[in-house]
Design a protein around this ligand. Structure first.
Ligand SMILES: Nc1ncnc2c1ncn2[C@@H]1O[C@H](COP(=O)(O)OP(=O)(O)OP(=O)(O)O)[C@@H](O)[C@H]1O
Ligand SMILES: [Mg+2]
Length: 325
């Protein structure tokens, strides 16, 4: 079983029911120290339930979980001291300004006055709140408030940070600020478990992705591994003149073992699935060059995480009964 010195977050067989609704149905999870794990799944899959159990806000019916080496059920206070969580911190004070709030949280986390001030300034600048720093929080937009909430959860680099949909409702700049802040914390050694419905976010931030549905893990892999498993790479060649299309088709066909290359409507783009993408790319590029074919573009296309998500949790799975792995 997962050793607790190697893993910051360990869950084994977590179950949770609400009445006759099963929210978690034997969930296993092991997040290595310092890693960023993305917990993905459709609405109602059990992500928030899992995060709430791990952060001691909710009790599992059965199963075992530990965070930072401490049992969430038996040592909740030790766990709480080691974690940060969006939404868990006492809501930021509406009457105070952002600067005052962050200094206050710093003091609550036992920083001395000078440290609390310094940390507040750092976080204000990291989350682009400098200009609004002296305005009362009640005048803030939803996105600004969320950024302040996140900043407050990052006062101290926690051992483990739980982020349940940290960027929902943020504009692109706000999202990228959150990503930078998360990366900053991981550089300091923080382990992160994050849920999100933005798959580009999961792709960018996560070392590994755990996909859950109906309270159970469907699969776990790196973002790249998931994409490979679902679709594999496609090689794509775009030539500049129609006369070169047959040569491109021939060159691509050589590396796809009979899986016929397709041409798109405009007729200049030739593409086909390949197993060893890099080797295929090299081979096709060389063949084309030898034949004097000029390419506008040549490259590998990988399926997106959105495609992975839909394939593994989508309707096709529901109709193929009993295919859950
Ligand atoms: N307090 C509650 N009372 C009753 N049922 C609940 C409660 N909290 C969650 N559930 C149910 O448990 C299941 C899992 O919910 P959970 O909130 O963990 O899902 P989620 O993966 O976080 O979904 P979302 O992506 O919508 O946030 C859902 O079917 C939900 O309706
Ligand atoms: Mg949720």
């Amino acid at each position: 079983m997962a050793s607790e010195s190697e893993f910051s977050v360990v869950a084994e067989g977590l179950r949770k029911r609400y009445g006759d609704k099963t929210a978690l149905d034997g969930l296993d999870l092991a997040v290595p120290r310092g890693a960023v794990y993305g917990l993905l799944g459709p609405n109602g899959a059990g992500k928030t339930t899992c995060v709430r159990i791990l952060s001691t806000l909710l009790r599992a019916d059965s199963g075992h979980a530990s965070v930072g080496g401490h049992d969430v059920r038996r040592e909740p206070r030790k766990v709480r001291r080691r974690i940060g969580m969006t939404g868990q911190n006492p809501a930021v004070d509406e009457i105070l300004t952002a600067r005052e709030n962050l200094r206050m949280f710093g003091r609550l986390f036992h920083l001395d006055h000078a440290m609390a001030r310094r940390r507040a300034e750092e976080l204000l600048s990291e989350f682009s709140l400098v200009e609004a720093a002296d305005k009362q929080v009640k005048t803030y937009s939803g996105g600004m408030r969320r950024r302040l909430d996140l900043a407050a959860s990052m006062i101290l680099a926690p051992e483990v940070l739980f982020l349940d949909e940290p960027t929902t409702g943020l504009d692109p700049r706000g999202r990228s600020e959150v990503w930078d802040a998360v990366r900053g914390l991981t550089a300091l050694g923080t382990t992160v478990l994050l849920t999100t419905h933005y798959l580009d976010e999961a792709d960018k931030l996560s070392d590994r992705i755990v996909l859950i549905d109906n309270g159970r893990k469907i699969t776990e892999d790196t973002p790249a591994g998931l994409k490979r498993a679902v679709g594999g790479d496609r090689i794509e060649v775009v030539v500049s003149v129609p006369a070169d299309v047959p040569a491109a088709v021939k060159a691509v066909a050589r590396v796809t073992r009979g899986v016929g290359p397709e041409t798109d409507e405009e007729g200049l783009r030739v593409h086909a699935p390949v197993s060893d993408g890099v080797a295929a790319l090299t081979e096709v590029a060389r063949t084309l060059q030898e034949n004097g074919v000029v390419c506008e573009d040549i490259g590998l296309r990988r399926p997106t995480l959105d495609e992975v998500f839909l394939r593994l949790t989508g309707k096709d799975k529901e109709t193929e009964k009993g295919t859950d792995a």
